[in-house]
Ligand binder design. Structure first.
Ligand SMILES: Nc1ncnc2c1ncn2[C@@H]1O[C@H](COP(=O)(O)OP(=O)(O)OP(=O)(O)O)[C@@H](O)[C@H]1O
Length: 294
């Protein structure tokens, strides 16, 4: 897979704040690339520079080997975090309005079917639920049948069901060969949807790779979870790697048998013991010392 977009050494300051501090990556054709990070990491600023709506102080962005220009604008689709929808017009009219801005567009029926807008096509576009609104914004991003789609935190604020619905739509878009750049603070979302992930913090990429690669490179252990109340006297002799979350102790270990034996010998009750794999959330915590959703 070759690079559709090449990003090199992007830097962007806002009055003393280095929002983006030397970011480089390739967006490969047909892939879903995830930019992950906490609030203020620099994701939106990075995406806005790729979208051509925010100018870098330095660095370069090439689309199909050329600086961003008319070709890029015609072939890119953008789903903004918030788009002011026109008052008193329906979903159908909103789509027609956006379609009128492009020389080449997808047929309306196809957009409606892809984004499942059929049920509320004639409703005032401002009277939609959060999930319906995101589906409309996604349809707007697809109106010109783009090659590359930018999705900036598309599922933030949605309930779990609506989030899953949107994931299905994103999968369907990728299955049609589109290239996707997604920003999110949801690890699970990135893990499920993305071929490649870059984790950002303080304007820099601090880790990059496929979700599996990232976890395999950084971890060779699993997490044992046990309610703190069940530790009993073992609490005093616990291995160092422990973390208490909502009353549950987490013990990182590469030697499950040995650790379980040790806990039993030290008097812990293990009926409620759980084992979980490492997640991207753990990776972020390990790399930065902070929780991702801080
Ligand atoms: N227009 C602006 N003027 C001044 N500072 C800004 C502006 N936009 C962003 N910043 C600052 O730049 C940094 C990066 O912000 P950015 O919005 O790119 O992060 P983000 O990772 O997208 O965060 P979020 O997840 O909250 O959207 C933050 O410190 C932010 O306060």
């Amino acid at each position: 897979m070759d690079a559709l977009i090449e990003v090199r050494n992007l830097v962007r300051h806002y009055r003393g704040v280095k929002a983006v501090d030397g970011v480089s990556f390739d967006l490969r054709r047909g892939s879903c690339f995830g930019l992950l990070g906490p609030n203020g990491a620099g994701k939106t600023t990075t995406v806005e520079m790729l979208e051509g709506i925010n100018r870098p102080d330095s660095g370069s962005i090439h689309y199909k080997g050329e600086p961003l220009g008319r070709r890029f604008r015609e072939e890119a689709g953008i789903m903004f975090q918030s788009t002011a929808l026109q008052e008193f017009i329906t979903v159908r009219e909103t789509l027609q309005l956006f379609a009128s801005l492009y020389p080449r567009t997808l047929p309306l029926e196809e957009l409606v079917a892809t984004c499942r807008l059929g049920e509320f096509l004639d409703r005032d576009a401002r009277r939609l639920s959060g999930g319906q609104r995101q589906r409309l914004l996604l349809a707007i991003a697809l109106v010109n049948d783009p090659e590359v789609v930018f999705l900036d935190e598309p599922t933030t604020g949605l309930d779990p069901q609506a989030r899953r619905n949107l994931w299905d739509l994103m999968e369907a878009i990728r299955a049609r060969g589109k290239t996707i750049l997604l920003t999110t603070h949801y690890m699970e979302e990135a893990y499920i949807l993305c071929d490649e992930i870059a984790i950002m913090d303080h304007g820099r990429i601090i880790a990059q790779g496929t979700p599996r690669q990232l976890l395999a490179t950084h971890f060779n252990d699993v997490i044992l979870q046990l309610p703190e109340a069940d530790l009993g006297p073992a609490g005093a002799v616990l291995p160092e790697a422990r973390l208490v979350r909502n009353g549950v102790v987490e013990i990182a270990t590469a030697d499950v048998s040995g650790t379980v034996r040790g806990l039993l010998e030290a008097g812990a009750a293990l009926e409620r013991l759980r084992i979980r794999d490492r997640t991207l959330e753990d990776l972020f915590l390990e790399l930065t010392g902070r929780e991702l959703r801080a």
